[in-house]
Design a protein around this ligand. Structure first.
Ligand code: CP
Length: 314
């Protein structure tokens, strides 16, 4: 992988929307990562004036929402607020009608998080939208901007993806991060190993790698990517204590001590400290959890710049 430069996304791949990593060829993925690295190194945005973004989060968020806001500000965009809890959504307005409205009032891009998988299919089908859609997470479907920041963090650390061993550990079935990351890491030549409770494995994701236990693979991994146990997506709530889960499936201090000296710890956050990862490891020297958050701003600048470029050229 080249160093951070002003690398641009090849125009044949440029798309007005950023919805799923499934749509993204490897070249486009690497171009976003490189552009994110270029922003981190101080590159200036190539965006016309007066571009307007609106962030529509129908599911709660700390990182994704604030880092899209920060990315928009750094790109010099104007940012509109949209809070579903204080909008006509409470009167029954559909997602389509909300998005059609913000399109009509002149937003250039809508960044949307929604609990419904592939919510964007329904928005794009009528073919009437002029604005760009950026998916900030759909149910247990995709989290493509998280995937880009994870890749950027791995690229900064190792400079390549092929031949890396990456354990994705925990609540695989509910994880849009696992779904997006495994797809791209597998395509880029990494060895992906899934660990966690067997009943939380989802073949649609685990077919992209191997299944093992963290205990077995911890000494081999370059990256231990821990996933949050998504309590809110369980019908009855998981049937275990935090301590039991950490001991059986999580990254304990003992397991972390067995990692290779150059291996890193990642987690998309929010973190259940003491469940999937020992609390003190969140800020340990081998943790890149806060670097991931910082890199999130950079790749989100790259994503917004790319969709707005493509919309302008369409
Ligand atoms: N990683 C992530 O998506 O975090 P938030 O839910 O806080 O946005």
């Amino acid at each position: 992988m080249s160093s951070a430069t002003g690398f641009t996304i090849p125009s044949r791949y440029a798309s007005q929307h950023f919805l799923s990593v499934e749509d993204l060829p490897n070249d486009a993925v690497l171009a976003i990562v490189e552009r994110g690295r270029a922003f981190k190194a101080g590159a200036r945005p190539r965006l016309g004036p007066d571009r307007v973004a609106i962030n529509m989060f129908f599911e709660d968020s700390t990182r994704t929402m604030t880092s899209f806001q920060m990315a928009e500000h750094r790109l010099g965009m104007k940012v509109l607020d949209f809070d579903p809890k204080h909008s006509s959504v409470t009167k029954g307005e559909s997602l389509y009608d909300s998005v059609r409205t913000v399109d009509a009032i002149g937003a250039d891009v809508a960044v949307i998080r929604h609990s419904r998988n592939a919510y964007y299919d329904q928005l794009l089908a009528p073919g009437r939208l002029e604005l760009s859609l950026v998916n900030a997470g759909d149910g247990s479907g995709q989290h493509p901007s998280q995937c880009m920041l994870d890749l950027m963090t791995i690229a900064e650390e190792f400079g390549h993806f092929d031949d890396l061993t990456i354990a994705i550990s925990g609540d695989i079935a509910h994880s849009r991060v696992a779904r997006s990351d495994a797809q791209i890491l597998n395509r880029l030549g990494a060895r992906v190993i899934f660990t966690g409770p067997r009943e939380w494995m989802d073949h649609e994701v685990t077919r992209l790698g191997e299944i093992s236990t963290l205990e077995e693979v911890i000494e081999d991994v370059d990256v231990a990517m821990m996933l949050r146990v998504q309590h809110e997506r369980f019908d009855a709530g998981p049937d275990f204590s935090a301590e039991d889960y950490l001991h059986a499936y999580g990254l304990t201090d003992d397991r972390a001590a067995r990692m290779r000296p150059d291996a890193i710890i990642m987690h998309p956050a929010p973190v259940n400290r003491g469940t999937e990862i020992s609390s003190k490891l969140v800020e340990a020297p081998q943790s890149r959890i806060f670097t991931q958050m910082h890199n999130g701003v950079m790749v989100r600048m790259a994503i917004l710049e790319s969709v707005l470029d493509a919309a302008e050229q369409a």
